[in-house]
Design a protein around this ligand. Structure first.
Ligand code: 7RM
Length: 619
């Protein structure tokens, strides 16, 4: 590992040039591995390829042709298996359908679907024709969907009548109708029939099956350039609305492909289950693209982990003989709470490797995961990465590295990670600093859609010459990184990214609210809980009704995942002389601790007292 990593960082062109040729299928091999003008990278110039061809067609010539590509289990218990040949055929049919609706290369297509095979089919069909998909998690509200449609200028939306979650039907179509009513540029909505809860379509809608089933199962993949856009995925930042993170074809695919292969030590016979919804980057890179590019079998599960009972995941693992299981610490902590008996009821001997992603994993959860789920036998990979990085950048490699509970691990090949101080200078081992990336890597974001300045400002100006991750970290003497978590104004709630600014602007859309400040509070289960400090307009009365209304407002503006856990009404918010809200202070108050440190920049010291006695109630 050490010599290979050193080489990959010292001579990235050689390393990635070789990997690109060896691992991907090209219509035309690239001529130039990397063009780098900080912070803009172009990888694999002159190359032509297609991502869906890499995920499908290249597996059809050999023994993988009739191998399962997707094993799907719906929440009600329905199971569907699609072989590579069948998946190819469905993707081609749907690509024809999209073409028929006028979708062309470069067009943006919105995907708002439950975790069903059609989500992967829609993504792959877009990739096949060179359209740029933007998947929106089904838990986001109509308002959030509308914002994303407008931001990327999508003219077509793919959705379903509904999806199953916690024994209920999630009415996706209703949200799409509301979003589309406010989006004059949307010309077409394609509706998958999943729950049978929509009887009549609107004029703009077409049933998925009606425009797809009769189509030809062959659709020649578009020969795309390496840097042709592949997808936009919205993620929360420290300011404003979520940003559209842009990924392009070849570099992204190579990152997702190689990490899936090496980090999960993938074997031909594996059944790989990444529990992330395709609405998140983990679902993109591991459930769909990385797994299929490697010709693996990927499992998709539609519903909740405790439906109908808290052992649903273990039931699925035992039933389908899952061998690699990849989930988030927040889920692991919930399983611990629900009790070992739910795990122990099932034969999990098919498991051979476990993974964790999304937030720091506390050593207790790690040890439980290892002992109870992994039977003490399975290595755990704790993979650190971001929507922006496209694929894993910190991890251990099973069989190669010793595992250390609570530490993500070492840099993946080609990744030049460092922990630096305020001035951008590397700190000593054991000292906390900012986690930065000093060299480009193939699956890096190519920018923020429609906003090149924001890309530069947000990521490349905090630390000179380097990409700032937003995370704090420490490196130990063995070169292992412990990622502490976000040090910017981004929260990590149950492994989901949330911008404090986003929640604040959702709160102030309520007519009673004057100002809002949102901070995170440590939470045993979710990692962080959302605490909102709110001041009201004159004449407005604080109380339980208003609290409920404000939480509802956030749910409407963003989605249920963003609902504050606690709302605290205050007389005023603590501010510096320049008018900035003192978040450090609010964090301490939210955590229930005493206010420590320097408060001399506080505008009104009385504010502290009023906050600490502010009325509050748990939501
Ligand atoms: C994959 C994903 C990214 C943020 C990131 C970190 C946190 C993710 C780990 C982690 C500690 C990990 N993309 N994070 N993985 N922290 N250990 N293994 O989660 O864009 O949604 O979030 O998540 O703070 O910056 S993301």
């Amino acid at each position: 590992y050490k010599s290979m990593h050193r080489e990959s960082v010292q001579n990235p062109k050689k390393f990635w040039g070789n990997m690109a040729k060896q691992e991907l299928a090209w219509f035309q091999e690239p001529k130039k591995v990397l063009e780098w003008k900080v912070p803009f990278a172009k990888w694999f110039g002159g190359g032509r390829l297609n991502l869906s061809h890499n995920c499908l067609d290249r597996h059809l010539d050999g023994p993988r042709r009739h191998k399962a590509a997707i094993v799907f289990e719906g929440e009600p218990g329905d199971v569907r298996v699609l072989t590579y040949q069948q998946l190819h055929d469905e993707v081609c049919r749907f690509a024809h359908a999209l073409k028929g609706e006028g979708v062309k290369k470069g067009d943006r297509v919105m995907i708002y679907l439950p975790m069903v095979p059609e989500a992967a089919i829609a993504m792959l069909a877009c990739a096949r024709i060179g359209a740029v998909h933007s998947v929106v998690f089904g838990g986001f509200s109509a308002e959030a969907l509308k914002d994303r449609i407008h931001d990327c200028g999508a003219k077509l939306v793919i959705t379903a009548d509904g999806g199953y979650r916690r024994g209920q039907v999630v009415n996706l179509k209703k949200n799409v109708d509301a979003a589309v009513a406010a989006s004059p540029d949307v010309r077409r909505v394609i509706v998958l029939k999943r729950t049978g809860t929509v009887e009549k379509l609107n004029e703009i809608d077409r049933w998925w099956h009606e425009i797809t089933d009769h189509q030809s199962p062959d659709f020649p993949p578009e020969k795309l350039e390496s840097e042709d856009p592949l997808f936009i995925l919205y993620t929360s930042g420290s300011t404003g609305k979520p940003k559209g993170i842009l990924h392009t074809t070849a570099g992204y695919l190579l990152g997702a492909h190689l990490t899936t292969k090496w980090v999960f030590d993938l074997k031909e016979t594996d059944l790989f289950w990444c529990t992330a919804d395709v609405g998140w980057v983990t679902g993109h890179s591991y459930t769909v693209y990385g797994a299929l590019s490697n010709g693996a079998t990927t499992l998709m599960y539609e519903g909740a982990p405790n439906q109908p009972e808290p052992d649903r995941f273990w039931r699925i693992i035992a039933k389908h003989r899952v061998s690699i299981f990849y989930t988030a610490p927040t889920a692991i902590r919930a399983f611990i709470r629900w009790g070992d008996q739910w795990v122990e009821k099932h034969d999990l001997s098919s498991l051979r490797l476990l993974g964790s992603v999304g937030e720091p994993i506390n050593p207790e959860a790690w040890l439980w995961y290892h002992r109870v789920v992994g039977g003490g036998r399975c290595p755990i990979v704790d993979t650190w990465w971001q929507t922006e990085t496209g694929s894993h950048l910190l991890t251990t490699l099973p069989g190669i590295h010793v595992m250390k509970p609570g530490l993500a691990g070492v840099p993946f090949f080609g990744a030049d990670l460092a922990v630096v101080d305020e001035k951008g200078k590397p700190v000593k081992d054991g000292v906390q600093g900012k986690l930065v990336i000093r060299k480009p890597w193939p699956s890096m974001l190519r920018g923020v859609y429609g906003d090149p300045d924001r890309y530069q400002k947000q990521y490349w100006s905090e630390v000179p010459g380097a990409y700032f991750t937003g995370d704090g970290a420490k490196r130990d003497k063995d070169g292992y990184f412990r990622v502490i978590g976000r040090i910017d104004d981004v929260l990590n709630v149950s492994g989901h990214r949330l911008g404090t600014a986003e929640v604040e602007s959702a709160l102030v859309t309520h007519p009673a609210v004057a100002e809002a400040a949102v901070v995170g509070r440590p939470d045993d289960l979710k990692g962080q809980a959302v605490v909102a400090f709110v001041t009201l307009k004159t004449g407005q009365k604080a109380g339980n009704d208003l609290m409920a209304a404000l939480r509802e407002q956030v749910s409407k503006e963003i989605g249920p995942i963003a609902k504050p856990d606690q709302i605290r009404f205050a007389e005023a918010l603590p501010k510096t002389r320049s008018g900035k809200i003192m978040r450090r202070l609010l964090k301490e108050i939210a955590a229930g601790g005493a206010v420590k440190g320097d408060v001399t920049t506080l505008e009104d010291l009385n504010v502290i007292a009023s906050l600490q006695s502010s009325s509050s109630e748990e939501g």
